[in-house]
Write a protein that binds this ligand. Structure first.
Ligand code: BGC
Length: 748
């Protein structure tokens, strides 16, 4: 049995659960039980059915449902864990009532590996990559595809749906989230969740709330003004919860304004349940529960992964009246009504081999829509496959595959890690946490397939002199650079590690046609940007990443991705010069998980100024602004019409003025009246418009009143401030050729 002290560099508790469960047990998928009782009447509403079951349940059965079955090595585990499907979490069903086992799995970018080694699922591009597609339809399709594979593998609950906004650009988990803008992130996560749930799988949104850094994540106290909280982090959740209707909300590890997120009456009871009317259940992050009575009364409905606080202790608290029986019934009702609403009771799904080929298509489309062209001097790209004679491919293990983010969301690479790490012992059950994983989609091979007549060499980039010589000998140099990020730790700096900047500079000096492909979890510093002729931000592009990169490089697909995060020019330009950390020794990735460590504060005094709002307000020029991304064609904007008054409506025209078809992410920003006290502008709506060469389309938009509102802390309400507004439209947050003034009458 593995003891906590043995963990090194751990990145995901859920994945630990899965691994350890696998070590101890032969996992089996819980068989769906035969329907019994009047609650099986599908004509009744989920709430009616939940109430009928509740009436039948004993106290012990209710308690069984409100906590996980445990985790070997981390306190007592229920023997029933042998039935687990090897995912991040397991709650046994109740056969006599026809309630199925709850098999949960992490699924940010695909059904995560968990403990069952050798189980294939499609590795989609990172979640931040998906955000860079700015395409709600794509987010839904990706969610639906992930939901399908979860179901095919025997899981009925997704633990994906990360939507913490990029407040801290160095956050190791930004890769699992949807960027820095709450309206963009909230809308995309909503579609993703709807997609997952369309497959009869219960969806999740996480990590609620303000879990915006990994440094000291188990004991960081996020200190944040109420209005700021509501207009930034919580706004993304508000949109995600209201539009996406997830079955579960996962409360986070950290504290918010002095109270643990999983026992926070304000965020859980008052905002999520009462104000937003969330009918599902609040599930704790793994070991994120800190009390019984306080947590139960504050709105936590289910403890994971075990029942340290919500098993015997909760039973006693209910018996003594410290937790009213009605509150326990409320917890159980929320779980049951979600089970009925989702279909997992009525239509348990058979397991299947995932549809690998369809997965390739979805993954490649997602990668092609999300890779961002940051620079393309003198139309260096697309490369012409028929005429290019020689290409030097350099660095980034491009001969083997593409990089992946690390942690509990890790999708097992097909055929094993494409770049095995000699420092990681493969028989170490914790290897998944410490190794840097590559998916076997080699950009080099894809480039060779795309340009079969060109001479294509590969240099690993370990010796900049040799790489420069290879570059000099070729028509074009394509350099791959990597920045690995993962759960459980943050970056010290956005700079590329391991001398890669020097490598690029040396190659660029040797060949004027140098193209750089960046694989990163989030923004990076590109100090050599002026010296190279083209730059692609490819994120972690998934199982078809190599093919997508080649397709775009050679113009077989057009770029349409735009940044969902600002790329700063320097770390020093960020709101916090360093990631907030406790005084003294840097916390290890497991500090505070099972032991009690005094909290430290991260004071988010940048207020509403997150991402581009910070750069705008502070008048700092970013290296690449939010919303930016080039295309192989060009677009023009015209004819902005805006109607104000009691609501905001607008229309404008986008035209493809270039020689080939493409998609443009047309963005609309709003400046509020000075009396609103807001940053200079905010994104309020966008549309991804597909246009043939020469084609024009008029986009018409009605703006959700929430997106033009400000949160008034004194009345605890959203309100529209009366006054003069400015509406701006264009291709990025920094280039907004159209603008119009409009007045709004204001409202509550
Ligand atoms: C992570 C969650 C994950 C859970 C279960 C935790 O460590 O923070 O995001 O869903 O483990 O694997």
């Amino acid at each position: 049995m593995i003891k906590i002290a043995q963990f090194k560099g751990t990145r995901g508790v859920g994945a630990v659960v899965a691994l350890l469960a696998a070590q101890c047990c032969l996992a089996q998928v819980g068989e769906p039980s035969k329907p019994k009782g009047p609650w099986m009447d599908k004509n009744l509403t989920p709430d009616q059915r939940a109430d009928l079951v509740l009436k039948e349940m004993t106290l012990d059965e209710k308690i069984l449902l409100v906590h996980g079955a445990g985790m070997p090595g981390f306190g007592p585990a229920d023997p029933v864990l042998v039935r687990s499907n090897g995912g991040g979490g397991f709650v046994p069903g109740i056969e006599r009532l026809g309630l199925p086992d709850l098999n949960m799995n992490d699924s940010s970018t695909g059904s995560a590996g968990g403990s069952r080694k050798g189980r294939y699922s499609t590795a989609l591009p990172s979640t931040l990559a998906l955000a860079s597609g700015w395409n709600p339809r794509l987010a839904r399709d990706v969610g639906a595809f992930i939901g399908r594979e979860l179901a095919d593998q025997g899981f009925n609950i997704s633990l994906g749906g990360g939507v913490n906004i990029t407040r801290e650009a160095r956050n190791g988990r930004n890769v699992e989230y949807l960027g820095e803008d709450p309206i963009l992130a909230g809308n995309l996560v909503a579609q993703w969740i709807q997609g997952v749930q369309s497959q009869g799988v219960i969806g999740d949104i996480k990590h609620y709330a303000v879990n915006d850094q990994e440094t000291g994540r188990y004991f960081v106290d996020a200190v944040i003004d109420k209005r700021v909280l509501r207009e930034t982090d919580l706004l993304a959740f508000e949109i995600g919860v209201k539009q996406g209707k997830p079955g579960m909300v996962m409360c986070s590890y950290n504290l918010v304004n002095g109270g643990w997120a999983c026992e926070n009456d304000y965020t859980l009871n008052q905002v999520l349940k009462q104000e937003w009317g969330f009918p599902g259940w609040v599930i704790s992050d793994w070991f994120g529960t800190h009390s019984t009575v306080r947590a139960a009364l504050a709105g936590l409905d289910q403890e994971q992964p075990n029942g340290r606080y919500f098993s015997d202790a909760l039973k006693k608290a209910v018996e003594s009246g410290a937790v009213p029986a009605a509150r326990l019934n409320g917890m159980v009702h929320r779980i049951l009504r979600t089970e009925f609403a989702s279909g997992i009771v009525d239509s348990p799904q058979p397991t299947k081999v995932p549809d690998v080929l369809r997965g390739f298509k979805v993954a490649q489309r997602a990668a092609e829509e999300s890779i961002v062209l940051l620079k393309n001097d003198n139309s260096q790209l697309p490369l012409n496959a028929a005429t290019v004679k020689s290409i030097a491919v350099i660095g980034g293990h491009a001969d083997a595959g593409v990089l992946s983010g690390g942690g509990s969301a890790q999708v097992d690479p097909a055929g094993g890690n494409a770049v095995p790490d000699p420092n990681v012992k493969q028989d170490d059950p914790l290897a998944i946490f410490s190794q840097v994983t590559f998916h076997p989609s080699s950009p080099l091979e894809a480039i060779r397939e795309t340009a079969p007549n060109a001479k294509i060499t590969f240099d690993p980039g370990t010796d900049p002199g040799a790489a420069a010589a290879a570059a000099k000998a070729a028509d074009v140099a394509v350099v791959f650079v990597l920045q690995h990020t993962h759960e459980g730790g943050d970056l010290e700096s956005l700079a590329l590690p391991d001398g890669q900047d020097a490598l690029v500079a040396k190659v660029a000096a040797a060949n004027p046609h140098t193209v750089v492909v960046v694989e990163s979890g989030g923004p990076v510093l590109l100090p050599w940007a002026r010296q190279v002729s083209a730059i692609l931000e490819a994120w972690y592009p998934g199982i078809r990443g190599g093919q997508a990169i080649a397709t775009l490089l050679f113009g077989k697909a057009n770029f349409s991705g735009k940044l969902a995060v600002t790329f700063p020019a320097a770390d020093a330009d960020l709101p916090h010069p360093k990631v907030p950390a406790p005084a003294g020794k840097k916390p290890g990735p497991m500090d505070g998980l099972m032991n009690s460590v005094p909290p430290f504060q991260a004071v988010y005094d940048e207020g509403l100024k997150i991402g581009y709002k910070w750069f705008d307000a502070e008048k700092k020029a970013p290296a690449y602004p939010f919303g930016f991304g080039l295309s192989y064609t060009s677009f023009a904007y015209s004819k902005l019409k805006v109607t104000g008054g009691s609501s905001l409506e607008l229309s404008f025209q986008v035209s493809n003025t270039g020689k080939r078809g493409g998609q443009e992410v047309a963005q609309v920003y709003l400046s509020l009246p000075p009396s609103a006290g807001e940053p200079p502008k905010r994104l309020i709506v966008w549309e991804k418009v597909a246009l043939r060469s020469g084609e024009s389309k008029t986009v018409t938009m009605t703006i959700d009143p929430l997106y033009v509102s400000v949160f008034d802390s004194s009345s605890d309400r959203w309100q529209i401030v009366p006054g003069e507004y400015k509406v701006m439209a264009g291709p990025s947050s920094a280039t907004l050729p159209l603008s119009a003034a409009v007045s709004l009458t204001g409202s509550r």
